[in-house]
Design a protein around this ligand. Sequence first.
Ligand code: C2E
Ligand code: CA
Ligand code: CA
Length: 709
Amino acid sequence: MSSNLAGRHVRTQTFSIIVTTVCFLLVALVLTGLMAHVVATMTRSANEIDDARANRAARASIAAFVSRLSATTTDNAVWDDAYKAISSAGAADWAYENWGKTSEDYPLYDGAIVIGPDRSSVVSAYGKGKPFEPRAFFGQAFFRQINTAADFEQAPVVNFIKSEKGIALIASQAIQPYDEEGELPKLSVLSFYKELNAEVLGTLSNEHELEGLRLAAAPEPGLLNTPITDMRGAVLGHLVWPSKAPGSAVFQQVYPYVAAATIILVLFLAGVLLVGASEARRLRQLAQAAIYEANHDSLSGLLNRNGLLSLLNELENSRTSPTKLYLIDLDGFKAVNDAWGHAVGDDLIRMVSNVLMSCHPEVVAAGRLGGDEFALVHVGSATCEEMEKTILALLAEPFKIDGRTIEVGASIGAAAHDGDIEALELLRRADMALYRAKANGRGQAIEYDPQLDRERQRIADLESLLKTAIGTGAIEAVFQPLVSASTGAVTGLEALARWRTEAGNVSPEIFIPLAERCGLIDALGVHMLRTSVSHAKNWPDLALSVNVSPVQLCNPEFAAEVISILQALDFDPKRLTLEITEGVLMTNPDQARRSIDQLKRVGIKFALDDFGCGYASIGALRQFGFDRMKIDRSLVSALDEGAKGADVLRATISLATALQIPVTAEGIENSRQAAILRDAGCDQLQGYLIGKPMSAGDISGKLREDAAA
Ligand code: C2E
Ligand code: CA
Ligand code: CA
């Protein structure tokens, strides 16, 4: 998964966890809020309902107080005996005997007052059995009530009145006969009063379930109240009592459960929050790990290609220029792996990584792009040359791994960020330079130059031209004679490929390696074999040598293909020699051997080409069963340079002949060379002196001439 994808995936997951957690918390909070609201509303409503009841009860208690006193008054005022007695001279005594004396200790009233028909003279006034002065005790308000009450048939008038001792309820009614018809004279008025004292309040409180009922001058905060007014509506005081608050009482009872539920809910929510947070954190860590993994090479811990590109892009965006990129390829790493195994190879990669990371203070990052290819990003003033020298010198030092001393070198391709190029382009340029550095040989450093691009383009163009040339059969074969060293007679011909283009001839030294690199060599080889064999059928007495590239020999189908071509063209395999260079014997000896054995079985011979310019030993010649060895042209031309060359040649040739391997000398350009080589033991000669490569037609012509001669 790419770092972006991993990041996005985890971000989506984290987001959904957060959303889920938040939704859950919100739902839980809303539910909790609703429940709290319900409980609070129930509590408040219960309290309000009971408060309303208490208010009604308070008013009812006052009404009961009033009606009781009112009934007592009517019972005494509407009374024939009283009417008669109060109208008589002994009114005061009668009043005392019947009412004043009783007032001392009577539950229904505290005092009784009789006012004469003039509505102002006090006939009798006793409070708690003792005479008193009502005018002083109650003030003018009392007489206002008497005025209203004095009428015959008037129901008793009952009012609260402020007294010297506090508040009293007074009921007044005219003293009248029970059953009287006709006009009555002006009447005296009987008044009973009852103090609104603690005892009365206690009775009211008991009767109407108003606990804590008492009298107060003004409403008191936190207590319910109902006002006590006089006959004009003025407030004399308030009855106050505490609310029973049954809702609160119930709430108090359920409170422990509510509290427990709340604590459990809070703990649960906290748990959910914790789990959500830890899951989000875990995902974040996963994402970070995924991003790290996507950007780093696991073996070396350096940036990988992806990480390198991101860094280069970052640097480009922050304009931390000039950024220079070095691609470093180890020389000979494959050999280390092959020789010591992958564990040692891995150790070497790690050691090289460490060296590279700390190779220069201006290196901002190091990366491994795969296999043995590394990258360094450099921002600073050091020149490319300085950096390259440092890196090459450090990697030229031997590495010590498990007691082994391992030497590798490196090739470097460098590219500088110039102008507005993208990270990918910078990488491509460095890669291009590295490719060239490797092509130039070990230990080389090359800086990118647009010329490299042009060259690559040219090669790409050439590649496609070559492909068409092979496809259309435009590659021709020319033939160079091989002559017997002793007789000088032509014994064979070597087929050489020729490519003539509109722009001129392209040397096989160029197009053969090109064909090898771009995978065209098999097709080219088959084409050359077919062409040269078809021509050679015209020259039945001569052997035919055809060059084979090591790449072809490594193809497992090569042998079968050669055999089928020879069969198709009906060509005697014994006339054919395949020339191969030694390289293949080193790189893929097993496959080479299989191909060689298979072909030798049908009678095809093998010649080791270019002997003397590489590493092949004479032993290898034997081992692979070569039928012939061809001394390289460079050794032959070295004959002209001094005596030493001749000694080396002689020694080589005599070794080969001792092993009964015949030797061909190629590239003979003068008769001195020819003489030396003939004397040294070569049995076959080839070169411009004897004959240049010629077209098939020319060869046929020459053969006719020779036959005629
Ligand atoms: P090679 O197999 O060593 O071929 C001999 C080369 O030496 C030929 O070059 C030939 O023209 C040149 N030569 C021969 N005598 C003299 C001489 O006296 N003086 C000088 N200066 N040169 C001489 P050519 O044709 O350019 O081929 C170059 C190489 O290309 C060949 O070297 C061979 O390795 C490869 N090549 C050519 N044709 C083919 C082919 O069909 N298949 C493969 N795989 N390789 C081929
Ligand atoms: Ca050859
Ligand atoms: Ca050769």
